[in-house]
Design a protein around this ligand. Sequence first.
Ligand code: UGA
Length: 425
Amino acid sequence: MQTSRIAIVGTGYVGLTTGACLASLGHQVVCIDNDESKIQMLRACSIPIFEDGLDSLVESGLSSGNLAFSTELISSVEGANFTFLCLPTPPNNDGTADLTTLFDVLHRLKGKFASGSIVINKSTVPVNSAGVVAQILAQEVAVVSNPEFLREGSAVHDFLHPDRILIGCDDLSAGEKVAALYSSLNCPIMFTDPLSAESVKYLANAFLAMKISFVNQSALFCDAVGSNVLEVMRGLSFDPRIGSMFLNPGPGWGGSCFPKDTRALTGMASASGEPMSLVTEATATNEKHIHRSAQLIIEAAQNNEASNVKVAILGLSFKADTDDTRESPALRILQIIQDNYENVVAYDPQAKVQNGVVNKRVNTMDEALLGADVVAILTEWDEFRNLDPIHARNLMRGNVIVDLRYLLNKEVFCDSGFSVRAFGI
Ligand code: UGA
């Protein structure tokens, strides 16, 4: 495999993972960010996000010399033959993607690229952005769209074991050079046009979000008719047309991608004259589900006869194995519970939460359980999955667990005197 000189602009979870993984594949990578303190931290091998395996990859990249960190945008890009754009595209108030950072960077880089180098966009950007980027750069370099499909919490694994690599390009020889960067990974590589590549990214996330909304709505249906949603989903999962993944009911979907990308997609679809009502409905269903989930906890607390009912919330991040709480259903549910009850404590092993959002956060699960009347599980951390019923029973005052991640064995917990609640079990 040929070693390439790669500049990665932006060291968020996509940029940092991409940089560390490409360095581990043998390329010479420099990751660039305008945040001086972040670059200092990364040079000292201190990773700003909780992401399994990323620290050891960064460490080995730094010690092999394949990975470097810099705040020097222009000189780093001048020396590269591939420049990956991994910049934030946060939502504007109307849901459209804010491309200010991307455009600022491109204007600074215009005229600075090495001859024959290639710009690769990994940020999630509106359909036709590759065309806009090429226009800004006045055809100075080839522009390739290469969307990422990493999940937070398993980003390194997903990068090194991808389902597919998608290359959107008008210039096939540029696309093939980008594909060659990944030649040591074993997966299908699909070449398509940039508009289609950019569309895949949004439609894949929207499809997955719709799937979870369907599962969560099915849980309500199962609850109403008396069937068991876990059994029902298992029954569905044997059909390869449905698949076994993303069939877990929960408190609703969230994170930094699904909410933002579904909003951007429905906006783009409406603007195109072909509104995607299924996606709009999936989002509305998700909103309702987050509130229904909060209501289930409130009902459990209301039915409790103890004075000054104590509610313990387990989990604040939007899913397990990440410290990310952006658009986290768990955090939103906590806020609703806090608005209704005074004696609420929350525990999460990693979640990063802004000051003032959580009224009372404790440092261990045991502290949260101690004296609790109602416990609600909102994130599927293994620590919660492994909860021992006898231990929990000894710590708690009450006996109600609202298991909105469906982690516990209901029968075992009921045998230990618990009442376990969730939709459709
Ligand atoms: C998602 C996609 O899965 C990635 O492929 C994509 O690259 C990424 O967005 C992105 O666009 O950057 P991520 O946001 O990390 O990844 O999280 P997911 O694992 O997809 O979970 C999203 C939400 O769905 C979470 O709130 C999770 O708890 C929920 N979920 C997921 C369920 O409630 N049930 C499931 O069965 C699966």
